[in-house]
Structures are given as structure tokens and as C-alpha cells.
Design a binder for this molecule. Structure first.
Ligand code: ADP
Length: 407
């Protein structure tokens, strides 16, 4: 009863993030609140064991979807919201879309033309965009009276200059196939850099910020005066930093060499670089930073070298990103590792001395588990830990665009 009472007279935005066999959701308040009233995940969609988990202030509740697909999951979610009397308060639906190619520079209201344009971007993200499109189609069908908005992972990086986004390969591949660097995690980089500018009282029109989003996927971005000017991910999320199971940068020659020596196929190589590399591949133990920290403290050699490689690459690429800025006012850590790993932040900072970066060890220990704050000492660029909130950013964009569409 309490739940109903709390939310009845507030409006909400439903945020949806569809994967190939999953659907993440959050019901975000439109009043600027940062915590969802409801969040959760439907997984194993299409499989016999498909299920949906709802998380509210009252706790978690899991239900079987009896082999149901995305449509069944969304149907269950809408019923759940409806039963609590929350459906009338939902004003719009925001969808995370992975790839917007060069077509989308910002979030947009979805219509048939936008759907077709997202579809045209599918070859660039063949695993993600079709799943995102499926979510949009099902949501439009089930909630036809609500405006639907697409928020792209790539959009924030569309401000990168040519020299940052082009690869030095024949230009015909860019022209004919869209081969260029797009960058990802844009919603997180945008949210976190805006938070940093606000919290540090930087001039919105004159600042240089580097954001390191370190989760299972990891990327770092240079932001000048609110715009992304360079980022570490490329055509796909494989480029750049060492990640949980992705290699990040490797000499492309490694692939030709391995194909020759081992006769691995293109899909074997793809699988190796995306799923068997990174922290997992190097440590030969785990892709999970917590597990590796624990193992490293017990002298596990693989875990130690994996964390060293992670920190070395991170510092090297942050150093490179700094060259796209006039100066570095702030370095911000976010994502599961960035928000929580006191060790990785310290290891990266130790390697970033040439940028004048130095942490305050006590502050570094303090800002974990969603607590945001300054972790640097008195000198040099400010270093911060900031909890990302992609759902909030998607909800904000969605609410603003939906509101404008009603005028
Ligand atoms: P995703 O990219 O899947 O959203 P997350 O942002 O949740 O991933 O980040 C997951 C990573 O964060 C894992 O490597 C996990 O070990 C790491 N992580 C979470 N909490 C801690 C912690 N307290 N210390 C170190 N690493 C942590």
C-alpha cells in the first residue's frame, strides 16, 4: 500500500534496455530524483528458464516467464506496473540504443523514419541494434499512447573531430562501409562529465575533463567544454582499454599471424578477442576485478600482471586523451571498477604523475559504493569518483523530448 501512496501523484519515465535475450528496465521519477521506484531484469528470454526480477524499496521478487520472449517480458512488466496503480503516472518510454552511426547526434523521438534509420545502423552493431529495435517495437505495440525516445551510446561522441574518429585506412572504407571510430558508453560519459563540471564548479564553456568508465566494458573519453573530443573505443567496443574479457588495443598483425599459425577462423578470432581476453585472458583466473584483487593480495601472479596491464593501458590512454584538451581540470572514475576499486584508482594515478595527478589515500578509500567525491590531494588536476546513472540520463532526455513533443 505504501508503494502506491508514494508514487501515485508523481510522473515517471520507463527506461528500457534490450539485449538479445534480456530486458533491463527502470521506472525513473520525472522530478529529478536519482533512484528508480522500480528496476529489474528479464533474462534468458526465449529459453525455458526465462524469468523476470523486480526490485523495489520492498525488496526483490522473481517470477518465471515460462519460456516467454521480449513481448511476454514487457507484458509482464506492464501488468506489474499496472497492478500497483503506477501505469497512469508513466509519461514516456526511453530506449537505450547502442549504435546510432553518424545519423544520430542526440536522443530523438521515435517514429517510423527513426526506426528505419536505427535499422540501417544494425550492420555496425549486429548483436545489439536488432535487440534494441525489438524492444522499441514491442513497447510501441504495448504502450501505443506513450511517446518513445531513443538514446544512443554513440551520440555523445559525434562531436569528435575527423583526426580523432578516422582510421588511417583507405578512405573508401569510411565512405562505403562507415569504417571509423564511433565510441560507446556515451550516455555515461555525458552524465558523469556533467556531474563533475557541476560538483567542481567548472566553467561549462571552458573546461577539460577525462572520464574513465571502468566496468566489464571500459572506455575513457576526453571532454572539452561539454563535448567529446576523443574516446578510446572505436568502430566496435573492442578498441582501447583492457576490459573484463575484451583485449582492447592489439596490433592487428596479431590476427594475421595467429590465423596463419593456428588456422583460427574470423569468428574464432572475434570470440578470442571479445570473450577470452582482457583481465580473464591475462589472469587465466577471472574477468572480475574483485576476484583479481583478492587473488593478487594472495600473490597470484596472473592476477597481478592482469591488474598491472589494466592500469598501465589505462594510464597510457588517459595520457593520450589529455592531448585533445587545452588542460586537464579533472579526471573522473566511474563504472563498477572506477566507483569501487581503491586499488585500481591508485595504480592508475601512480602512473599518471606526468599529468600532475596525485590521490589523497584517505579520500580514495572513502568514495566507494556509490559515494561521489574528490579523491585527489591538494595539487594537480582534481580526481573524482562519481557514480554513473545511465538510466537517469536516458530518463531525463526522454522526459524532455516527450514534453517538447506535446507542445
Ligand atoms: P557492466 O559493464 O557489466 O555494467 P559494472 O559497471 O557493474 O559492469 O562493473 C563490473 C566490474 O566492477 C567487475 O569487474 C567487478 O569486479 C567490479 N567491481 C565491483 N565492485 C568492486 C569492488 N568493490 N572492488 C573492485 N572491483 C569491483
Amino acid at each position: 500500500m505504501e508503494e502506491k501512496h508514494i508514487t501515485m501523484n508523481k510522473t515517471q519515465t520507463l527506461v528500457i534496455n534490450c539485449g538479445s535475450s534480456s530486458l533491463k528496465f527502470a521506472l525513473m521519477p520525472n522530478d529529478g530524483g536519482t533512484d528508480p521506484i522500480l528496476s529489474g531484469l528479464a533474462e534468458c528470454l526465449g529459453d525455458a528458464e526465462s524469468s523476470i526480477t523486480y526490485k523495489t524499496a520492498e525488496g526483490k521478487k522473481q517470477e518465471s516467464l515460462n519460456g516467454g520472449d521480449h513481448a511476454v517480458a514487457l507484458g509482464a512488466l506492464i501488468s506489474y506496473i499496472g497492478e500497483r496503480g503506477w501505469l497512469e503516472s508513466v509519461t514516456a518510454v526511453g530506449h537505450r540504443v547502442v549504435h546510432g552511426g553518424e545519423k544520430f547526434h542526440a536522443s530523438v523521438l521515435i517514429d517510423d523514419k527513426v526506426l528505419a534509420a536505427i535499422e540501417e545502423c544494425s550492420p555496425l552493431a549486429p548483436l545489439h541494434n536488432p535487440a534494441n529495435l525489438l524492444g522499441i517495437r514491442v513497447a510501441r505495440e504495448k504502450l501505443p499512447s506513450l511517446p518513445q525516445v531513443a538514446v544512443f551510446d554513440t551520440a555523445f561522441h559525434q562531436t569528435m573531430p575527423k583526426e580523432a574518429y578516422l582510421y588511417a585506412v583507405p578512405m573508401a572504407y569510411y565512405r562505403d562501409y562507415g569504417v571509423r571510430r564511433y565510441g560507446f558508453h556515451g550516455t555515461s560519459h555525458r552524465y558523469v562529465s556533467e556531474q563533475a563540471v557541476e560538483m567542481l564548479k567548472l566553467d561549462p564553456k571552458n573546461h577539460g575533463v577525462i572520464v574513465a568508465h571502468l566496468g566489464n566494458g571500459a572506455s575513457a573519453t576526453a571532454i572539452r567544454n561539454g563535448e567529446s573530443v576523443d574516446t578510446t573505443m572505436g568502430l566496435t567496443p573492442l578498441e582501447g582499454l583492457v576490459m573484463g574479457t575484451r583485449s582492447g588495443d592489439v596490433d592487428p598483425g596479431v590476427l594475421f599471424y595467429l590465423a596463419d599459425r593456428t588456422k583460427m577462423s574470423i569468428s574464432d578470432l572475434d570470440n578470442m578477442l571479445n570473450r577470452k581476453s582482457g583481465l580473464l585472458g591475462v589472469s587465466e583466473l577471472s574477468n572480475d576485478c574483485r576476484t583479481l584483487e583478492e587473488a593478487a593480495s594472495n600473490n597470484h601472479e596472473g592476477a597481478k600482471i592482469a591488474l598491472d596491464l589494466f592500469a598501465h593501458r589505462l594510464a597510457r590512454l588517459i595520457g593520450g586523451l589529455a592531448m585533445s584538451l587545452d588542460r586537464v581540470d579533472a579526471l573522473v572514475f566511474t563504472g563498477g571498477i572506477g566507483e569501487n576499486s581503491v586499488l585500481v584508482r591508485q595504480m592508475a594515478a601512480d602512473r599518471l604523475k606526468p599529468l600532475g595527478i596525485a590521490l589523497d589515500p584517505e579520500a580514495n578509500k572513502k568514495y566507494v559504493r556509490g559515494l561521489s567525491g574528490v579523491i585527489s590531494g591538494a595539487t594537480g588536476p582534481k580526481v573524482m569518483a562519481i557514480a554513473t546513472n545511465e538510466e537517469l540520463m536516458i530518463a531525463r532526455d526522454t522526459a524532455a523530448i516527450a514534453e517538447a513533443s506535446r507542445r
